[in-house]
Design a binder for this molecule. Structure first.
Ligand code: ADP
Length: 460
């Protein structure tokens, strides 16, 4: 008996449980739009927080002057400066720098972390060359991309709800992160002004919109996932009394928390139960980079327990959570050689096992099943947003709409990208899908924040 045949029942069941036929995609797209509506009605109205970004002014292309961007969202922070020349000259000059955050600062006090950031920023400012010009009497303005959950109180202030992604800095939660940065800059003698505080999805949308007026939404597919889009203020009941209800604003959906009607398997449920946030971020756990490798590992373990997939004994490493990464899944999925050589060496490197062709084929099918489900469901989420935006009338009338995409998963995993676009096309139909462009904008969030600092400048 071949090994592939003997793991067949598990594989078949897994494929069936992960299946995303059109009715499932349609359900997810519709329920996503419904959840968005409920989250806009009142705070806590649905799984989706639908956070008000307070970004009401998008870049137009007319922005001028010297702006800085500061991006804190993971183990690095990035600084950039850009000289903008308005409609004609556009981006005249730009410079970036990336600073890695020492491990100990992730467990330090708020003051220590922000002092480190202010000091990195100050050094970067000192290196400002003669291609950059600040009008006399003005402060340098910053757009601050901060990709942790924030209760945004205005365009330039927001209270940190909690640190995530491995940060355990004491004393920031419950405080305005812009105030924390301002105090640190003051201690450092750095006289700059934070004019915009933005989430990375919002920065991505702004960065993409600068180049293309048809951009209406931005999606991040990296370690985690999130999406934001441009909404009419009169479609946001919970805004009531806060501001005039005319015009548009950006809504940060926090769509990773979506959970309705997803095709989940026993492996998803077990991974969720073992996670640090059981029952939360279910959409994210089904489609984002942090989890796809771990789902695959759990399936392979079940297969090896059921049949001698990698020989008689089960390799020790197959029991270890998160040893198989999403880039590994992607690389195995990519292997088109006759003997699946790359699959064999990844299995050897990660789990220390020898594998024959039938085992490798089963592994590729597991990767394909996970990538396919993730990509197609991400596509359904995007269609949910498009439906919500303007009941889709404009697209039906043939108007072009663009969704800006960023993140390492989307950028590096071609099959996932293909499945995502396939899901969108199936839901919209090929004719309408022609009016929707899904465009990869790499690292647009930093420059997007600088652009938002310009459109929300104190010197406007
Ligand atoms: P982050 O989301 O952590 O801010 P990125 O947008 O760069 O940063 O995304 C990094 C994530 O992208 C990784 O955690 C991984 O899951 C995914 N990724 C990176 N490279 C690949 C790859 N080659 N194939 C599939 N996924 C990848």
């Amino acid at each position: 008996r071949s090994k592939a045949l003997s793991v067949a029942p598990i594989l078949t069941k897994f494929q069936k449980d992960c299946d995303t036929p059109l009715p499932v995609l349609r359900y997810v797209a519709d329920a996503m739009a419904d959840d968005m509506r409920a989250g806009l009605a009142i705070d806590g109205g649905s799984d989706l927080k639908m956070i008000l970004s307070h970004v009401d002014t998008l870049p137009t292309g007319n922005e001028k002057g010297l702006l800085y961007g500061l991006d804190l969202g993971g183990t690095n922070f990035r600084v950039l400066r850009v000289q903008l020349g308005g409609k004609e000259e556009r981006v005249i000059a730009t410079e970036f720098e990336q600073v890695s955050i020492p491990q100990h600062l992730m467990f330090a006090t708020s003051q220590e972390l922000f002092d480190f950031i202010a000091s990195g920023l100050a050094k970067f400012v000192e290196g400002e060359g003669n291609r950059f010009h600040l009008p006399p009497g003005r402060k340098r303005e910053i757009g601050f991309t901060f990709s942790f959950p924030v209760n945004q109180t205005s365009i330039d202030s927001g209270i940190l709800i909690k640190w995530t992604k491995g940060f355990a800095v004491s004393g920031t939660a419950g405080k305005d992160v812009v105030a924390c940065l301002n105090e640190a800059m003051e201690r450092r003698g750095l006289d700059m002004h934070v004019s915009a505080l933005v989430n990375d999805t919002v920065g991505t949308l702004a960065g993409a919109r600068y180049y293309d007026d048809d951009v209406v939404a931005a999606v991040i597919l990296g370690t985690g996932t999130n999406a934001c889009y441009i909404e009419r203020k009169d479609a946001i009941p919970k805004l009531q009394g806060q501001a005039s209800s005319s015009g548009k604003t950006i809504i940060n959906t926090e769509w990773g928390a979506y959970s309705n009607g997803l095709p989940l398997t026993v492996f998803d449920r077990e991974m969720d139960a073992a996670s640090i946030n059981p029952g939360e971020q279910i959409f994210e756990k089904t489609i984002a980079g942090m989890y796809l490798g771990e789902i695959a590992r759990r399936v392979l373990l079940a297969m090896a327990e059921f049949a001698p997939l990698f020989g008689k004994s089960i390799p020790e490493k197959l029991f270890k959570p998160f040893v198989l990464s999403t880039p590994d899944v992607c690389a195995m999925h990519q292997d088109v050689s006759n003997d699946l050589q790359a699959v064999g060496s990844i299995l050897y490197n990660v789990f220390g096992v020898e594998s024959d062709l039938s085992a490798r084929k089963a592994v590729v099918e597991v990767c394909n099943t996970i990538g396919r489900r993730g990509g197609r469901l991400a596509g359904a989420g995007i269609v949910g947003i498009l439906h919500k935006i303007e009941d889709f009338e404009d697209v039906k009338l043939g108007k072009r709409r663009v969704v800006a995409m960023d993140g390492g998963l989307y950028g590096n995993y071609p099959q996932y990208r293909r499945y995502l676009k396939e899901g969108v096309a199936e839901l919209l139909g090929t004719e309408l899908a022609k009016n929707v462009a899904i465009e990869h904008t790499k690292d647009g969030s930093g420059i997007g924040a600088a652009l938002l600092a310009a459109s929300n400048s104190i010197y406007r």
